[in-house]
Design a protein around this ligand. Structure first.
Ligand code: SF4
Length: 334
């Protein structure tokens, strides 16, 4: 057995807005018109965090740079209506992060491509942050998505390293990339990690077709491909980077045997807004799936980064409350 245990976390999933400047061919999350666009309001947000149960993570996922989207007037009006006086996604999400911390949740933001200043703005109110690299290849699926320029995404991951932000990234499998592209993407992540030692996990996520998208008729990758990618990732990446496979999108058991060691976040109270058709399994089901490996709950910041002290004074009290001696989730503490 390669793994000591298999980890997962418990989150409250907050899709701050589905307004996005990009238009990826596989995306079912992005708003297409005013009718399906939203910005989560403060009251709605507080309802979510007040109902957190035993979750420790506030996962903020959003469309990218909504200020530059064709629905930006809608986005800006909704921001004004929140009454917090914020004029950008970053400012607004920072306010929500501060509220999440007050309510006992450790934020993890994935807001798409950000500037160095924006990353700095968010660093102290986040336990970790993330951005999927997806791929280093230039793909047809990204032709209407300026934010999917691999160079820009690698630059952001690098800036996160310079700022000592525990970071989550990953690749999307089956969006038109070749096998070699996957290897190149993994190698690019490895090389940034070698410089900054900041990557805590990489997600290996299969493409899943969504209704009303240009890729609706494309097949998801076959399971053999997922196995190949996990195996390649375990060979290419150093041991300290966990390989995460989402248990609502793939069958984790065989992938765990090949070196995957994390199942990502699950939530009892909220859904996976990116993949609403795929509910997460519950904790007991995860325990059954990973047996004979032991299932352990972690925080959105991995133990190694807690040990290194890569967190701010703002979130220190929550880390001290929730982390046990190993840096994993302390049991029976709410
Ligand atoms: S960047 Fe994300 S939210 Fe925006 S269109 Fe692409 S996949 Fe969808």
């Amino acid at each position: 057995m390669k793994n000591k245990y298999i980890t997962f976390s418990k989150n409250i999933f907050i899709p701050v807005t589905n307004v996005c400047r990009n238009a990826c061919d596989y995306c079912g999350f992005r708003a297409r018109s005013h009718e399906d666009a939203y910005v989560v309001g403060v009251k709605e947000f507080l309802n979510l965090v007040n109902n957190k149960g035993t979750a420790t993570e506030a996962l903020f996922t959003t469309g990218e740079k909504p200020e530059l989207a064709n629905l930006s007037p809608f986005f800006k009006n909704r921001l004004i209506e929140t009454g917090l006086g914020c004029s950008s996604l970053v400012e607004y999400t920072k306010e929500l992060c501060k509220m999440a911390i007050k309510h006992g949740l450790l934020p993890h933001c994935n807001l798409g491509v950000l500037s160095k200043e924006e990353l700095k703005e968010l660093r102290d109110v986040n336990a970790s942050m993330g951005l999927m690299l997806e791929t280093t290849a230039e793909l047809e699926a990204h032709k209407k998505s300026p934010g999917k320029d691999p160079k820009e995404r690698l630059e952001l991951i690098e800036e996160a390293g310079k700022l000592k932000i525990p970071f989550t990234t990953g690749i999307l499998v089956g969006i038109g990339e070749e096998k070699e592209d996957r290897i190149r993407s993994l190698a690019a992540i490895k090389s940034l990690h070698e410089k900054y030692r900041h990557i805590q996990e990489i997600i290996i996520q299969p493409f899943f077709p969504k209704p009303l998208t240009p890729m609706w008729n494309k097949k998801p990758p076959v399971f053999e491909e997922m196995k190949e990618v996990v195996l390649a990732a375990r060979e290419i990446l150093p041991e300290e980077i966990a390989i995460q496979v989402p248990p609502n999108l793939t069958s984790p058991k065989a992938l765990i045997e090949l070196g995957a060691s994390d199942l990502g976040g699950i939530s009892k109270k909220t859904q996976d807004y990116i993949n609403p058709e795929s509910p997460w399994p519950g904790e007991e089901e995860l325990r059954r799936i990973v047996a004979p490996f032991e299932l352990r709950e972690r925080l959105p910041i991995y133990p190694e980064f807690i040990k290194k002290g890569w967190y701010s004074e703002e979130i220190r009290p929550l880390i001290e409350r929730y982390a046990d001696d190993e840096g994993l989730r302390r049991v029976n503490v709410l």
